[in-house]
Ligand binder design. Structure first.
Ligand code: GRG
Length: 297
């Protein structure tokens, strides 16, 4: 990763962290244990890939950094809620996340459940109380997009398919359906919401950006599967090898590591092609894409 990208990413991450810190209730506010668990699950960890995509999409059309920070925070709060719930014994049952004990291990199951619920509510509260678009109509449409991306037709639906797939041999299209929803929908929302913070894009540009976001959402998951099979727990900050241990179908179990890597590369090419008409304005989107493809955790 070049120094310019690293410095830009650090700046975005720092803006995001400061904003999230200011919006999460302090731990001296009752119910203190719940507020502490919320802060524990959100602050000081994670790659912040989804907000980086929002910032990069906002760079296409001169979006205001404060607006994108709100949008990035809203998406990251949904992501954090999904991780807290996913780690619970009724789902993936994991003990390690972002290099530390998972929320239900550090606190307790009931607190983890309420933490996820409250992070999700806070996400929509932020989008409702801060101005993130030029018109109320666009802002309302953005709230709807995030709701759809998170719900049964998006992330939660993909998670339902995932839970149902354990021990089953999925075909490649079935695996793709699962991941387009479970992982891809929120990444897509991060890109599309970021772009709507700025000057209006025309329909063709929105369609191209939407195609880009679908490709990178899937590429992110393909790389995640490769890392789960190849990286160590220490590098990932979460338990490695879980998919194979849980007998879960993945891109690696269906295609093998080499072909999975080739698939990620071909999705990257496809994604870049859909950015061509944006020229240099899409430089940050290309960099964040390379960051997720080349990441080691
Ligand atoms: C519980 C409704 C509900 C959904 C859970 C996101 C998710 C759906 C499950 C997480 C399980 C998982 C490992 C999914 C694979 C892709 C993914 C979301 C990885 C974690 O995201 P990163 O790498 O994590 O962006 P950090 O910690 O960097 O934010």
């Amino acid at each position: 990763m070049n120094a310019d990208f690293q410095s830009w990413a650090r700046d975005c991450q720092s803006r995001l962290e400061t904003f999230l810190e200011s919006q999460l209730a302090k731990t001296d506010r009752e119910p203190a244990r719940l507020h502490s668990a919320m802060r524990y699950s959100v602050l000081g960890g994670g790659k912040r890939v989804r907000p980086l995509f929002s910032f990069a999409a906002g760079a296409l059309n001169g979006a205001d950094a404060e607006r994108i920070t709100v949008v990035g925070a809203a998406v990251e709060l949904i992501h954090a809620y999904s991780l807290v719930h996913d780690d619970m014994p009724c789902m993936d049952d994991d003990v390690l996340r972002r290099g530390k004990p998972t929320c239900h291990v550090e606190y307790d199951e009931a607190t983890a459940l309420l933490t996820g619920d409250s992070l999700q509510s806070l996400s929509f509260q932020l989008l409702a109380e801060h101005q993130v678009a030029d018109s109320a109509q666009v802002q309302l449409a953005m709230i709807k997009q995030l709701a759809q991306a998170s719900g049964s037709r998006g992330m939660a639906g993909g998670q339902a398919v995932d839970l149902d797939s354990v021990g089953k041999a999925l075909t490649l299209p079935e695996l793709e359906f699962m991941h387009i929803h479970k992982t891809g929908a929120l990444i897509r929302a991060a890109v599309m919401l970021g772009a709507q913070c700025g000057n209006r894009l025309n329909e063709e540009q929105l369609t191209q950006l939407d195609h880009f976001s679908k490709c990178v959402g899937l590429a992110f998951q393909v790389v995640d599967d490769v890392l789960d099979s190849e990286a160590t727990t220490a590098t990932l900050g979460k338990t490695a090898g879980k998919d194979a241990d849980n007998d879960k179908p993945t891109y690696v179990s269906i295609l093998g590591v080499n072909q999975a890597r080739e698939l990620a590369e071909s999705l990257r090419r496809d994604a870049f092609q859909s950015l061509e008409s944006f020229g240099d304005a899409a430089a940050r989107l290309r960099q964040v894409t390379d960051f997720i493809i080349q990441r080691e955790f």
